[in-house]
Unconditional design. Structure first.
Ligand code: GUN
Length: 283
């Protein structure tokens, strides 16, 4: 069994982004990212802080908008409208989930698709579907980088995705399909889930349930990617995979923390760089 070092792969991506950013700066262009966070969800605050730090590491310009819990939809929309027009800002990210009284779909639809570095806008989701895209959603793109880092050839392999969210499960399946895997998407209503997951050469767990994937659900020698970020019964950070019991059964596995998490952020940096290049007509 090999543990995939998400921090190392992420650092390599950030290094590459930083080098390209230096090249852009020499041309007078500094990539700029605006991050919006509404309310005081502690997990979201950590994610946003990490995104700001990554911007600094890569040499980006960044703005953070920490809005109070009682922000109205109109106020949030007005901020997005302003950032859409701001030429210093190449990428706009609104951290999800939003407080219940706010409509995340309305915000996503309002972000100019060319600045949508999350790739959540329907225009970008559609572009991913037909394989002709500018931005890939950060977490699935990060997972693809981690799989590539193992040297395992995806083409012709059986891939099973557990979870069907718009942010991870659905685009994840599409990216695996683009790499010529035979893909099955499973979810909470899937019958005989174990029988399906046991067929996976590549298993991606994105369900949000602590230690849900147990050793009996995993094929010997599989590549197991854990997108989960949960707390176990002792309040300790853990993934969707029962790491200690599954690890000896697979060829490669990602840890939590230190697996997919750091990749999501480095892919966001890559998307912001891409956005800056597109908006400045640089190939
Ligand atoms: N909340 C959890 N993951 C994400 C993400 O990738 N992007 C945004 N905007 N919010 C999130």
């Amino acid at each position: 069994m090999n543990i995939i070092d998400g921090k190392a792969v992420s650092a390599a991506v950030k290094e590459q982004v930083k080098n390209e950013c230096d090249g852009l700066k020499a041309k007078g262009i500094t990539p700029g990212l605006a991050v919006i966070i509404v309310g005081d969800d502690p997990a979201s605050q950590v994610y946003v802080r990490n995104k700001e730090r990554a911007c600094e590491e890569c040499g980006f310009y960044s703005e953070k908008y920490a809005l109070p819990e009682n922000t109205t939809q109109e106020e949030l929309n007005a901020l997005v409208d302003r950032l859409n027009k701001d030429s210093r800002i190449n990428g706009i990210l609104c951290q999800l989930p939003l407080p219940k009284h706010l409509d995340d779909k309305e915000v996503i639809n309002r972000i100019d698709p060319i600045k949508d570095v999350d790739a959540f806008h329907p225009v970008n989701v559609g572009a991913i579907m037909i394989g002709d895209y500018s931005f890939l959603p950060c977490t699935p793109a990060g997972v693809m980088e981690l799989i590539k880092s193992t040297g395992v050839d995806i083409s012709g392999k059986k891939a099973v995705v557990i979870g069907r969210s718009n942010i991870v499960g659905k685009p994840m399946a599409m990216l695996l399909l683009h790499s010529n895997a035979t893909v099955e998407i499973t979810h909470s209503k899937t019958a005989d889930l174990k029988e399906v997951t046991k067929t996976a050469d590549i298993l991606v767990a994105a369900i949000g349930k602590a230690k849900f994937v147990t050793a009996d659900m995993v094929k010997e020698g599989a590549v197991v990617i854990d997108v989960g970020m949960n707390r176990d019964e002792n309040g300790k950070l853990c993934g969707d995979v029962d790491f200690e019991n599954v690890k000896d059964k697979c060829s490669f596995i990602t840890p939590v923390p230190g697996g997919v998490g750091p990749m999501t952020i480095s892919m966001l940096m890559r998307n912001t760089l891409t956005a800056a290049k597109i908006q400045n007509d640089i190939k």
